[in-house]
Structures are given as structure tokens and as C-alpha cells.
Design a binder for this molecule. Sequence first.
Ligand code: TXA
Ligand code: MG
Length: 310
Amino acid sequence: MVRTKLTKDPADAAKVINRGGLAAFPTETVYGLGAGVFDEAAIGKIFQAKGRPQDNPLIVHIARVEDIERLAVNVPAYARALIAEHFPGPLTIVVKKRAEVPESVTAGLDSIGIRMPSAELAREFLSKCEMPVAAPSANLSGRPSPTTWQAVLEDLDDRVDCILKGDPTDVGIESTVVDCTGDVPVILRLGALSSGELGLNIVRGDDDAMGALKSPGLRHRHYSPSARVMLVDDLKLLRGGENVAFIGLRTLGVEMGYAVVCRNEREYAHKVFEFFRECDRRGIETIYCETVWEGGIGAALMDRLRRAAE
Ligand code: TXA
Ligand code: MG
């Protein structure tokens, strides 16, 4: 029996936030697990529900660009330019936080990650919340991010007060996180917006030591299904079998328990987290992921595949 309240009405989900509860909601990237940013008790419940390490800061979601002033100070001109171009959208900027933002949100850092989702349902929901909404991805810590409301329910039934039911998310992998606390912007986490789209040439990928230091989330294990994940570029080396699955761009010559062939990198990124979850449901033991060209969304996709394979 499902214990969490399911709703299609963004006003219902916002009411849950305004009363100090937890509500999961869809964005264009993945589903988020939200709580009011200034509500310390509710923020504590996010970490509990996910089993999330306390040293991993949350991204705060806003409905309007002006809401940044409630959260941040000293936003540099280059960050304003990124905001003007990419908000709303799958970009998170890290800027200096206001003292009023609880330390539990930012895991004790003096910076805060802020993003304004573009998904229509997310915007309606956020506009009805009385304050910005802190929200990590709505999965149990360590599991693949949820791209459907069913995946949220699978992980968090009874741990979240309400799930706002929307369509499967559009992009399928998380936002790009850009540090805007220094003299120049630095990419801390590769994501839905590529460095090319951002016009940034300074990239610190997720396995970069500096990136991991400044973005605590990158230290933790992520995106992993229970099965063993192997990255392959030569499909001739693959062996089929009932407990084996494949995802990639090319058609396979061997029989496998489960295979998903995508038309391009964008579709691959859109499908990969749900594919991992489906592999777990089917009891798959070995997953082969075809490697892709690391341009555009392919860079973030390869980052997620590498982490799953670690
Ligand atoms: O697309 C997304 O970003 C989704 C949706 C729900 O918005 N959210 C998401 O949140 O992926 P989460 O918690 O799974 O990942 C947040 C990432 C972590 O790597 C965290 O370390 C980083 O953002 N982050 C958040 N605040 C930060 C800060 N102040 N400084 C450095 N990194 C920060
Ligand atoms: Mg996450």
C-alpha cells in the first residue's frame, strides 16, 4: 500500500511545503525532494529521508530571479550574465550565501547553490511556496536519480509527505553546477548544460581533485544500480546472457536479458537512470554501457556512467 500522498496539483504539494513537510516534485532534469529553505526542521527531514551525508549541501530552487536576493550576497557580474542567459534552466550557480540561510542547507559552507527550473510544473509549484525550496535529487542516497514519480515512490514511500506527479523528466540527468565565488566561473559538476552552451572554457570535471573539494557531493558514491556496471567501446567483446543488460547507441549482435538502444546521446542521457533502476527490478547482474563521444550532453553522460562503474 502506498503511504505517501500522490497529487497532480502543484498547489497541494506547495501546501505541504508551507506546513513544514517534504514534497517531491519534477524538474526538467530529475525529481527533487523539497523542503522550505528557512525551515530547519524540514531541512533535517530531507537528510533523514534520503540517508544523505550531512556534509553534502543542497541546491535551493527559486520561482523568480529576484528570489536570489533572499538567499545570496555579492553575486558577481559574470554570474548575473549566466543567470540572464540560462535561468530558468538546468544550471545551478554557487554564490556567497546570506547569513539567514541555515547552515544545514549548505552543509556549513558559506556558499549556496541556486537554480531556477524551467519545467512548467516545477515553476507552478515553486511560485506557490512561501519561500525558496531546498531540494536534492529525490532518490535514496547512492541510488540513481529519479526521472519518474514512480521511481521517487520506489525509494521514498512513507519517507516523503507528498509526491507531485508529473511526466518523466525531460533531460534525465542533473543540472550543471558552476562555482561563482571566485574571479572566474568554474564548473564543479558536469550536467545538462554543456560547457559549450555555457560558453565556459574552464572546466573542472567531477573526478578532478579541486572539483571534489569544492563540491562535497562529488566525493560520495552515486548513480549506482546493484548490478556491476562495465563501460565498453568495442561491442564485439560483449557476451550475452539472461542476467546481462546493455544500453548504448548501436544495435547488438548478441541476445541479452534487457537491452536499450538509443538514437543519440540526448536520448541515452534521458533514459540511463531509469534503465539502471529497471535492471535492478529485473535482477540483472552485469550491465554494459557503451561509451560515447564527450561533447555536448555526452560529457555529463560519460561522467555519470563512470561514477556508476566505479
Ligand atoms: O538537477 C539538479 O541539480 C537536481 C534537481 C532536483 O534540481 N538536484 C540535484 O541535487 O542534483 P543533488 O543534491 O543531488 O546534487 C547537488 C550537487 C551536489 O554535488 C552538491 O555538492 C552540489 O550540488 N552543491 C550544492 N550546493 C553547493 C555549494 N554551496 N558548493 C558547492 N557545491 C554545492
Ligand atoms: Mg543527487
